[in-house]
Design a protein around this ligand. Structure first.
Ligand code: MRU
Length: 340
């Protein structure tokens, strides 16, 4: 598989996730506004991957701005900020790039080279973070576990390895037999198109189901655990993730099944005390009315298309981060790790 995102010869290459699994095609970005467009249109998606893309977008902007960088920098940041509102990794990454810019802008150093290095460091760090949280979370899974996941929180949603799928990969690397139930994840079908694709490539057993089948499978007793990723976690442990996650969490609680969230600490938003404050993106109604340009509903039917929902912390059994596994009093654990 081509890397999800890569900096090469002052260009940003991305695997076009809209085309998977039918086609593996790279999109080449030469301007920061093209990167912003690709984030908005979901060429790249998944919270940590969006963060790395934004950082590389800033680096591209600085490279192209040349001597005008001081006047152009605010517009570069604003354009990338306005792409998608929910995944906090985007804003975390932009803030980190802004700090590096401010620290070096008048230093006489090669600013473009420094910004490229920082974006590439974020790319590498994300993979290392996922491996760490994967190893920590893998202890929660037993040999033989059948694990349900929603959306795609895998290698494709990150710089590599994945968060929720990283935990599963790490458990498999420990020698455990793990099989996965993948929700298809309407309307964008990240589960059907992306999760099954990357797990099958790794030889990890996966079965695709429609979103509405999860409850019945839980009742049958064939799901041992649920693991999902996150787009933003409030200080109290409330979790914003792909629409449908909340329903799965309610079902898991009803059936006494552990519900785990796997995410890097860059997904925890220290500014937000609870999930009600998390902005939820609403996307184009045609994502629901059509599938790959084929109409599946009346063209003028009113549609509500929120891309995310919030799962309250009471329904979360544990949050798996690279700093540790937070259980019980999530507020204290997450707060301590944020300041520590
Ligand atoms: O709309 P998307 O595809 O960007 O949504 C992705 C998700 O909801 C993922 O579960 C989340 O970003 C975690 S990715 C490691």
């Amino acid at each position: 598989m081509h890397p999800v995102i890569e900096w090469k010869d002052n260009q940003v290459l991305m695997l076009d996730q809209r085309l998977l699994p039918l086609e593996e095609k790279l999109v080449v970005h030469r301007h920061y506004s093209e990167v912003a467009d690709s984030i908005r249109r979901m060429v790249i998606r998944g919270a940590p991957a969006i963060g790395v893309a934004a950082a590389m977008g800033v680096a591209l902007g600085v490279v192209n701005a040349g001597r005008d960088v001081d006047s152009q920098f605010p517009r570069i940041i604003d354009t990338l900020t306005a792409t998608r509102p929910t995944a906090v990794n985007l804003f975390w990454a932009l803030e980190r790039m802004r700090k590096v810019f401010d620290a070096h802008r008048n230093s006489g150093d090669d600013l473009a080279a420094i910004m490229i290095r920082e974006a590439q460091a974020m790319d590498r760090e994300d993979v290392a973070t996922n491996r760490r949280l994967g190893a920590l979370g893998a202890h929660l899974l037993k040999d033989g576990d059948r694990v349900l996941t929603h959306c795609n929180a895998g290698a494709l949603a990150t710089a590599g390895y994945g968060t929720a799928l990283g935990v599963i990969r790490a458990a498999v690397e420990q020698g455990k037999q793990i099989s996965v139930w993948a929700d298809e994840t309407r309307p964008f079908l990240q589960g059907a198109r992306l999760t099954t694709w990357e797990l099958m490539r790794d030889g990890i057993a996966v079965t695709l189901i429609t979103d509405s089948m999860a409850g019945s499978l839980m009742r049958k007793g064939v799901i041992d655990a649920v693991i999902v990723g996150a787009d933003r976690i409030a200080r109290n442990g409330d979790v914003a993730n792909k629409i449908g996650t909340y329903s799965v969490a309610v079902l898991a609680r009803h059936h006494g099944i552990p519900f785990y969230v796997a995410a890097p600490m860059s997904t925890v938003d220290p500014q937000i005390s609870n999930g009600d404050e998390i902005p939820i993106e609403e996307r184009d109604p045609d994502e629901v009315r059509t599938f790959r340009q084929i109409r599946v509903a009346n063209t003028d039917v009113p549609v509500f298309n929120p891309a995310f929902d919030v799962t309250p912390h009471e329904l979360v059994s544990a949050i798996i981060t690279e700093k540790g596994v937070a259980r019980g009093d999530l507020y204290t654990a997450l707060g301590g790790w944020l300041t520590g």
